[in-house]
Design a protein around this ligand. Structure first.
Ligand SMILES: C[S@@+](CC[C@H](N)C(=O)[O-])C[C@H]1O[C@@H](n2cnc3c(N)ncnc32)[C@H](O)[C@@H]1O
Length: 399
């Protein structure tokens, strides 16, 4: 994949990007009022969310809709609830002189701004690496109304980056960044950042790409495995998604994991190298889906440079190969039903379907004694350990 292969990454709507590029050109040509001139047109792309903060729309993949960058229930609130509050960073800040945070897919900077707002009373050096592939998305920050005083700091740093790198000419943002705050901006594919530029250790990682079906490159076993060397033993990776392939990738990359807090949508996922850092385990039902069905097949990207189609097709091919052979098919939510007495399923059509799936694999019914063998694991294990134990049992029983 070449650096400018943007097809691999899902970013902003094309019209929004073009507008920002025009603005860059105008300001480079010396127009002092370019930002004022473009303000209303750029603001036309903003979508107001329920807490009064704003979001934007993504471009589209060939198949599928666009996504917004944030929850429509409240973009800034989501940053706080899903990333900042569960990150333990206030406690960590109280025990350290300095903290470091990696903000992957920093977008319009809400996660960083929410963190700085949260830590505003802590006397601690704060270093944040914001990683975002789209320069146009970063530049859009300059037009978004302030959500907090700290958003002004993010704006100032973004403006400085854009001026230093020749995209803009004028320093217009008035905010002054406090001396304990150090924001480093990296405009690149987050995989390249992790491979080439990351250093030291982070106290927390915010992982906020679009959904796994749209941005699979940032949810692979290989990406998670590479991040490990930049984590403290207690650090958390926080992400809003609860998708099975993401959770499965975390397990296979060596993490413990549990449920993240929910914010209107279902809860996200929290991962750590240390099992004691996981407050809320996954449900057994979720663990069964991850360990025993084709939906738990993770995304793979061995060299961290494959394009979107390669990553998606690789997983799809594996799913097709093993579905109904070495793992249960995920159809009709089968993994959630296995082990139940079929008679307890009132819908006869569904009951027959579910039994049919497992009979095709050589079992007598969803209640087969060998299925109980698979499900027979120690309930005191962590979610990671339970998932691995279920997988091992499945392979033993299916041979
Ligand atoms: C859901 S939004 C992030 C919202 C953001 N955290 C915020 O607080 O505003 C996802 C962002 O990821 C960026 N992105 C997509 N693929 C990427 C990649 N491979 N590396 C880095 N950034 C990427 C998109 O341009 C988009 O801004």
């Amino acid at each position: 994949m070449s650096d400018d292969d943007t097809h691999s990454r899902l970013e902003l709507l094309e019209q929004n990007k073009l507008l920002i590029q025009e603005l860059f050109q105008l300001e480079q040509d010396g127009h002092k009022d370019a930002r004022e001139l473009y303000h209303d047109e750029i603001a036309g792309f903003f979508i107001r969310t329920d807490d009064g903060s704003y979001t934007l729309s993504s471009a589209k993949r060939e198949s599928g809709d666009s996504e917004t960058l944030h929850s429509k229930y409240g973009a800034f609130s989501e940053s706080y609830e899903k990333f900042v509050r569960p990150s333990n960073l206030v406690t960590i800040a109280q025990h350290k002189k300095s903290i470091r945070v990696l903000d992957i897919c920093s977008g319009i900077g809400y996660n960083t701004a929410a963190l700085l707002t949260y830590l505003k009373d802590e006397e601690v050096e704060i270093e944040i690496d914001m990683v975002e592939s789209s320069i146009e998305t970063l530049a859009t920050i300059l037009f978004i109304p302030d959500v907090s005083k700290a958003y002004g700091y993010v704006k100032k740093e973004v403006e400085t980056y854009l001026v230093d790198n020749g995209y803009l000419q004028f320093n217009k943002v008035l905010s002054t960044v406090p001396s304990n705050i150090h924001i480093n901006i990296h405009v690149c594919d987050a995989r390249d950042f992790i491979k080439n530029d990351a250093h030291g250790r982070y106290d927390a990682v915010f992982l906020d790409p679009y959904s796994p079906s749209k941005s699979p490159e940032l949810y692979t076993v290989d990406f998670f495995a590479k991040i490990k060397q930049f984590l403290e033993e207690y650090s958390l990776i926080l992400t809003y998604t609860a998708a099975s392939p993401v959770r499965s990738a975390l397990v296979h990359a060596g993490y413990h994991l549990g449920q993240g807090p929910s914010f209107h949508r279902s809860g996200g996922t929290i991962a750590s190298l240390n099992k004691d850092m996981i407050a809320t385990p996954l449900s057994f039902s979720d663990e069964k889906v991850i360990a025993l069905s084709d939906v738990g097949v993770p995304y793979i990207d061995p060299e961290l440079n494959d394009d979107y189609d390669t990553i998606v097709n690789r997983r799809q091919n594996t799913r097709e190969k093993i579905r109904g052979v070495s793992v249960f098919p995920s159809s009709s939510k089968l993994p959630r039903y296995i082990g139940l007495d079929p008679e307890s399923i009132e819908d006869v059509n569904l009951r027959n379907k579910l039994n049919g799936y497992v009979m095709a694999m050589g079992f007598e019914s969803i209640n087969d004694y060998r299925i109980h063998d698979i499900l027979n694991i120690d309930p005191n294990l962590s979610s990671r350990e339970q998932i691995l134990a279920l997988e091992e049992n499945l392979h033993r029983v299916l041979g």
